[in-house]
Design a protein around this ligand. Structure first.
Ligand code: HEC
Length: 214
């Protein structure tokens, strides 16, 4: 059973978060709680997170598009990642309080993108909503506490498969030999093929550090 991502938002879409009833879960020593209340602090976290995600996602799609136009899908394989996002002095350039960015999925292409405990909770939560026939929220905000690390906010956005993603994540029978060979060589454990347009692909996540004490 495939899951079309009904609510898969155009990047700029801003909607309020579906209440999740404060679902919390413990995974090992990690406490990860979805946050839905509307305090000014959380509104700020969501705003910073969403702006960062939109910028990174737009940039990524643009880079993949231009690499594909130039070198075809097999030449663009190195473009679909976030490794190029520069982190200086602990934050992403031009994005205040954003200390980390990542994409992850329940069906991974690269093991390097495997979810950590808090991300797994977010992935499972979205999968559960889809299994129940519910639309996932456009953004999830999560508070993560994993002492001794400082607590952090995470903002997640579900990513759906758009038609242009199919070149590398669609039916492998339609891929060129060159692309298949390249993917098989770089990603021997690849599980991220054979998607259809509209399916849920995974999450893009940013970490938002607590505001500096005033
Ligand atoms: C040119 C080929 C190509 C296209 C087009 C492409 N991807 Fe990817 N995608 C990849 C490769 C290669 C990786 C593994 C990157 C890495 O090593 O981190 C990847 C990884 C990902 C991941 C990270 C999780 C994982 O499985 O490793 C997500 C999420 C993702 N792609 C979503 C998308 C979406 C959404 C689109 C369309 C907007 C898209 N991709 C288009 C090649 C592509």
């Amino acid at each position: 059973m495939k899951h079309p991502l009904k609510l898969l938002a155009p990047l700029a879409l801003i909607l309020s978060l579906t209440p999740l009833g404060g679902a919390a879960a413990d995974a090992g020593a990690v406490k990860a709680t979805f946050v839905t209340e509307e305090s000014p602090e959380i509104a700020e976290v969501r705003k910073l997170g969403e702006a960062a995600i939109n910028r990174l996602a737009t940039q990524l799609v643009r880079e993949v598009n231009s690499a594909m136009a130039k070198d075809g899908a097999e030449g663009a394989v190195e473009s679909c990642h976030l490794k190029a996002v520069p982190i200086t002095n602990g934050t992403v350039a031009g994005l205040p309080r954003i200390t980390a960015v990542k994409r992850t999925s329940l069906r991974l292409r690269s093991p390097a993108n495997a979810p950590d405990a808090a991300e797994k909770i977010a992935l499972d939560h979205i999968q559960q909503l889809l299994d129940n026939g519910d639309s996932p929220p456009p953004l999830l905000v999560q508070r993560v506490e994993a002492p001794p690390a400082a607590p952090e906010w995470r903002v997640y956005k579900p990513l759906g498969i758009m038609p242009k993603c199919l070149a590398c994540h669609g039916d492998s029978a339609g891929q060129s030999e060159a692309l298949k060979t390249k993917l098989a060589t770089l990603y021997p454990a690849d599980k991220a093929s054979d998607y259809s347009a509209g399916e849920w692909r995974g999450l893009i996540r940013v970490t938002v550090a607590d505001a500096p004490a005033k």
